[in-house]
Design a protein. Structure first.
Ligand code: SF4
Length: 407
């Protein structure tokens, strides 16, 4: 029996792959074979052929960031004229628009802004929940939680408890990049959170009863072994807590970044996705990253292990800044899923099925372009910011001159 046949019968029997075996497959197995095996695992986990998606909105509450990851084209340093913080009213307006399109949650993430204390997040979450009690907040990736913990001098479990008390529903898996510190140092993101710190936030969140997602941004400086190490660390934590709902991989988007370089190809994406489906045997759901790969590769993902189209994504700012500006509204996502012979269903962040496509139930406007955080040139400063203590010199200045641009 060849090594490939041996591993095929292991996968067919529901057995687990070791890191070495997975690495061998990634380097050796034909792409069609990886797809066939990943599709087998997807069908075993989702025999009804359902492909889910969520209607939500990626809102980036601030682009001011002290972390300065060298792969990021989104952030602006403290004091930069293009830095912004969204006001509570602007966020409410975005929620109103999201609800109008059948949306059920905000994916709320932002830069590590030294001038937004824990109280700002608590007040925002409480205000959202007061106005929209059923609306969900999928908010603050692990490095943001670490940032708030450092600023507030509160331990991570205490920060999570405070945020949950204010209305946090779940934590997105952003900021994982590759969970290997050698890679994180090279990407200048070790300081925002080491691999252990990222995993520890997720561990605490799971212990606090929150469900979270896990991500991977590949295609920068990592080796194949380090990509596997990332997956193995996620698998181990999932064995321990069972708190991850889904895994999402996407390729590094190089445009306008300090790091530069080239983007990984579509085949590399599909091989990485299929490998993740084979390695992460304790994850129920794998998302297709059509927002970075485009609709066509996004659709092909459904034959390489993905069972979820992620978000209809009314707004997106981060990968757009790095050159990817793909847009698919609900009609387009549903068309791609059905054309692949699968059954589209709306879901919650917890992967509970909400129902059939909403546009088949009521009139919903077509959405052919993703919204942005703010209109270009809008440098207004939210009035409520004067209520929160700033730490940076620029932030302190701006608090005393509240009509000047966020600095
Ligand atoms: S990836 Fe996030 S933490 Fe890193 S610079 Fe960009 S906004 Fe800041």
């Amino acid at each position: 029996m060849s090594q490939l046949d041996l591993l095929q019968s292991r996968i067919e029997g529901g057995g687990r792959l070791s890191a070495d075996e997975a690495l061998w497959l990634y380097r050796t197995a034909p792409t069609w074979w990886l797809g066939r095996m990943a599709d087998l695992v997807r069908r075993r986990k989702h025999p009804d052929g359902i492909v889910t998606y969520i209607i939500d909105r990626n809102v980036n509450y601030t682009n001011v960031c002290v972390a300065r990851c060298n792969f990021c084209a989104f952030y602006r340093p403290v004091g930069h004229g293009e830095g912004y913080v969204l006001g509570f009213e602007e966020i409410f307006r975005k929620i109103d628009e999201t609800i109008g399109l059948g949306g059920v949650q905000l994916l709320l993430q932002g830069g590590h802004n030294p001038d937004l204390p824990l109280a700002w997040y608590e007040d925002l979450f409480r205000a959202v929940k007061q106005r929209y009690p059923a609306f969900k907040l999928h908010a603050l990736s692990p490095p943001e939680v670490v940032h708030i913990s450092r600023m507030s001098k509160l331990a991570v479990p205490d920060v999570i408890a405070r945020l949950v008390d204010a209305g946090l529903d779940s934590i997105p898996g952003g900021g994982a990049e590759i969970l290997v510190d050698r890679v994180r140092r090279l990407l200048n993101c070790y300081g925002k959170a080491s691999a252990d710190e990222w995993l520890d936030v997720m561990r605490h969140a799971h212990h606090a009863g929150l469900r979270t997602t896990a991500t991977m941004m590949y295609g920068t400086v990592e080796t194949d072994e380090e990509r596997l190490e990332h997956m193995m660390r996620l698998r181990a934590l999932q064995d321990e807590t069972g708190g991850f709902t889904a895994f999402i991989a996407w390729s590094y988007q190089p445009e306008h970044t300090e790091r530069g370089g080239r983007e990984a190809t579509g085949i590399e994406y599909l091989r990485t996705l299929a490998l993740a489906r084979l390695v992460l045997d304790n994850f129920d759901n794998l998302q297709a990253s059509w927002v970075t790969q485009g609709g066509k590769v996004g659709q092909l993902s459904l034959a390489f292990g993905a069972n979820d189209m992620g978000s209809v994504m009314i707004e997106e700012n981060v990968v757009r800044a790095a050159g990817a500006a793909y847009c698919m509204d609900e009609v387009e996502i549903v068309r791609n899923v059905e054309d692949a012979g699968l059954v589209p269903k709306r879901r919650t962040m917890h992967y509970e099925i909400l129902g059939d496509p909403i546009f088949r139930q009521r009139e919903v406007p077509r959405q052919l372009e993703l919204a942005t955080a703010r209109e270009a040139g809008d440098t207004s400063v939210p009035a409520e910011l004067v209520n929160y203590e700033a730490r940076s010199a620029a932030g302190k200045r701006q608090r005393t001159q509240p009509r000047s641009p966020v600095a």
